[in-house]
Design a protein around this ligand. Structure first.
Ligand code: PXG
Length: 454
């Protein structure tokens, strides 16, 4: 409902009269009015009504070092005064982008020493698609064009990003996917594992990659792209058998492997990258979000040395963006990574807060609505069900949305993906704040259960 507070009301009027919001029902939002977030500090947000809200989603999975770090503002201000913009086209460069590329190569898996910068994760995946095809063309195999992706994966919202993603509701709008992108099943045991054990299902889901490669013919397949853990799809942690089997398949066939690290990268799993967590050896990694802690837009593609060696033989790569490697974004990213390293934030996630969050979250397993709690690092998912044993849902009730609304109203941001509640708090969250998060989550589960029974 639109607010009674005149200032909030004025902003909501501006929204209705002038703003088209991403992933929104424009008409519905114009009636309801958005919640106006005015400021933030640490892991907390404040809205224009004065409510304090624990941000269990780190913005949109991105605010790694938490809100309100002056160092990032100072880095941006300093860079803006010195060199606010210059491009990297036509054989020019500037210090922040070069220093950032070097620092990223230090933290990336061994043998990944080059970075192509973009303005977002979606642009990173567009870059990937063009680079993969360019790579195979240089190698004299131009038919190796198809990219295999996964159903319910998320890779962005540009035409290539949404096509690579496996969200059918995105494909339905605008004739997607574009040709040359195919999807295999996802390793989502809770929803799709049926009678199989998680381990059996993990192997089955991985084998779908091999079947697809054989069906298409390896001479037509350029790459396989996957998030180490699916984020937007519902924090889908694959069964332990999945990645080892995928690694065997990738070792057998001559295709590139792209890890989409937009969510898993920069410490979310308690390692620098999700690929480190699972021991993966990608040829390319898409990055964004945690790269700048979301303080300023920036994404990119980290590329393995062997791939760069081939690209070096191919002449011009006819691709790039006005804001590729933007100096202000690069300066902010450098400062963000400095803070992550010097304050040992990822070590703390690994050693203290991730084990604590995972332990505390699993206590919710005793709740009658909860069918499964899973998570890795500072990623968590809670499956809401009608029947714990059969994993049956409350069909058609929109339980996830009911729970999400209770969370909002009780000072917690916890997202709903269907009937899966998900969290990804800032990496700087403390144990006390984790206690608050879990207590609020339990309260909202209770309220949701009462609403269903009422
Ligand atoms: N890859 C992954 C794995 C992502 O999560 C992108 C690429 C695209 O990044 P940009 O910067 O272009 O948005 C993402 C983005 C959600 C949600 O509902 C998630 C994302 C974006 C918008 C909404 O969880 N992830």
């Amino acid at each position: 409902m639109t607010s009674n507070n005149p200032q909030t009301r004025a902003w909501q009027d501006l929204s209705r009269d002038h703003h088209l919001a991403p992933f929104s029902d424009f008409k519905q939002l114009s009636v309801k009015g958005p919640r106006i977030i005015t400021h933030a500090k640490g892991v907390y947000l404040w809205d224009s009504e004065g409510h304090q809200i624990l941000d269990g989603m780190a913005g949109l999975w991105c605010v790694a070092i938490g809100y309100g770090r002056d160092e990032l503002a100072d880095a941006a201000s300093k860079q803006m005064r010195e060199l606010p913009y210059y491009n990297l086209f036509f054989q020019t460069a500037h210090p922040p982008v070069l220093e950032l590329a070097k620092v990223i190569s230090e933290i990336a898996p061994e043998g990944m020493n080059h970075v192509f910068f973009t303005g977002s994760g979606s642009e990173g995946n567009d870059t990937m698609l063009r680079m993969v095809r360019h790579y195979w063309a240089i190698k004299g195999q131009p038919n190796k064009k198809v990219i295999i992706s996964r159903k319910n994966g998320y890779h962005g919202s540009t035409v290539a990003g949404a096509s690579l993603g496996g969200m059918t509701y995105m494909h339905e709008q605008g004739d997607l996917p574009i040709p040359g992108i195919v999807h295999i099943p996802q390793p989502y045991w809770f929803a799709e594992g049926g009678e199989m054990s998680p381990e059996e299902f993990g192997v089955w889901a991985a084998n779908q990659l091999e079947e697809k490669i054989l069906e298409l013919g390896v001479d037509n397949v350029g790459a396989f792209i996957a998030e180490p853990i699916q984020g937007a799809g519902g924090v889908i942690v694959p069964p332990d058998s999945y990645w080892p089997r995928i690694k065997e398949i990738l070792a057998k066939y001559d295709i590139l492997f792209v890890a989409d690290e937009v969510i898993c990268g920069f410490g979310r799993t308690g390692e620098w990258f999700g690929s480190d967590f699972y021991g993966l050896k990608p040829h390319m990694m898409t990055i964004a979000k945690g790269l700048t802690s979301g303080y300023i837009p920036m994404g990119g593609l980290i590329v393995r040395d062997e791939v760069v060696a081939v690209l070096n033989e191919g002449g011009d790569f006819n691709h790039g963006f006005t804001y590729s490697g933007h100096p202000v974004a690069a300066a902010v990213a450098l400062e963000n990574i400095r803070i992550l390293r010097e304050e040992k934030i990822i070590e703390r996630v690994h050693n203290e807060t991730a084990p604590y969050l995972q332990k505390r979250l699993r206590e919710l397993n005793d709740h009658p609505l909860v069918g499964e709690v899973r998570g890795v690092g500072l990623l968590g998912a809670i499956e809401l069900v009608k029947d714990k044993a059969t994993r049956a849902r409350y069909e058609g009730k929109g339980v996830g949305m009911i729970c999400r609304q209770f969370c909002f109203d009780n000072g917690l941001i916890m997202r709903a993906v269907g009937d899966t509640m998900i969290i990804a708090p800032p990496l700087v969250i403390s144990k006390t704040e984790i206690d608050e998060l879990v207590a609020k989550a339990r309260k909202c589960l209770d309220l949701t259960l009462s609403a269903l029974q009422g």
